[in-house]
Design a protein around this ligand. Structure first.
Ligand code: NAD
Length: 266
């Protein structure tokens, strides 16, 4: 149990990767604050976590709102008395309806940066004072392999994830004197609700995927770009998150780890 009695806040943990990270951390003994805008699914995640024998609570939080991230941190302190880990997982691929648009709009740029970049900054700013007082903390940001290299598809998304990698380095330097580690994970291709929409968008806009179902787009892309030839899973990301948020990784900070089956070897 490498996280026994630790307390973790996982943003966007109602579904997908965030849910898997929260469950992995709970299996390793951490108490979890499930934070998301989707209250119903967040409650389900919290129920599933409690069944593992640790404590869980839900705080409905929109990470773009600083009052909400402050309330999220306060709730963790009120429920559990400490905050050891923050996972900034909440993310979007565009403004509502993005997957039906062939090109990025100004609102896609604004909304995506608000959630993916500023949302991470808000949550980190809200937990940092508690971590500084404790002189202990782990902050993990979810970037993406999309942030490793600019591509024409979804430039607002890929550049926001590049910003997350850069911010991870900046924050790691800032918080190192307080004994707080800050790292990022760059997931590869994972079949989550987000990728289902990505697949549909490729089928509409990219001739090589024209007419395919989203899952078929996903599989074709994996066969083309992933050296291992297989998809990554939310559990894969959870395993990497466990390590980076454990004391075994105490000398690792400011890093972005690709978990992508060898897609990007840098
Ligand atoms: N799926 C992939 O292939 C993939 C690849 C690389 C990176 N990522 C990143 O991993 C993270 C999780 O992705 P996913 O695939 O699980 O996505 P998802 O859409 O399945 O889940 C995202 C979760 O974040 C929540 N959320 C969205 N906006 C929020 C906000 N403003 N405040 C709080 N919660 C909010 C949603 O309700 C949802 O529960 C994201 O940051 C995403 O960019 C995903």
């Amino acid at each position: 149990m490498i996280l026994r009695d630790k307390v973790a806040i996982v943003t966007g943990s109602a579904t997908g990767i965030g849910r898997a990270i929260a469950l992995k951390m709970a299996e390793q003994g951490a108490n979890i604050l499930v934070s998301d805008i989707n209250e119903e699914s967040a409650q389900q995640t919290a129920t599933d976590i409690a069944a593992l024998g640790v404590r869980s609570a839900v705080q409905v939080t929109n990470v773009i709102d600083t009052d909400a991230t402050e309330a999220m941190a306060a709730k963790a302190i009120q429920e559990f008395g400490q905050i050891d880990i923050l996972v900034n997982n909440a993310g979007v691929a565009g403004a509502p309806g993005w997957y039906e648009r062939p090109a990025s709009t100004e609102e896609d740029w604004r909304f995506t940066y608000q959630v993916n970049v500023i949302g991470s900054v808000n949550a980190a700013n809200s937990v940092a004072p508690y971590m500084k007082t404790a002189r202990y903390g782990k902050i993990l940001n979810l970037a993406s392999i999309a942030g490793r290299e600019g591509r024409p598809s979804l430039p607002h998304y890929s550049s926001s994830k590049s910003a997350v990698i850069n911010y991870t380095q900046a924050l790691a330097g800032e918080l190192a004197p307080d004994n707080i580690n800050v790292n990022a994970i760059c997931p590869g291709l994972l079949w989550t609700p987000m990728w289902e929409q990505v697949g549909g968008r490729y089928a509409m806009n990219d001739p090589q995927y024209e007419g395919l179902e989203p899952r078929a787009v996903f599989e074709k892309m994996i066969a083309g770009v992933i050296p291992f030839g297989s998809e990554q899973t939310p559990e894969d990301i959870g395993d990497a998150a466990l390590f980076l948020c454990s004391d075994e990784a105490k000398n690792i900070t400011g890093q972005a780890l690709n978990v992508d089956g060898g897609f990007f070897m840098r």
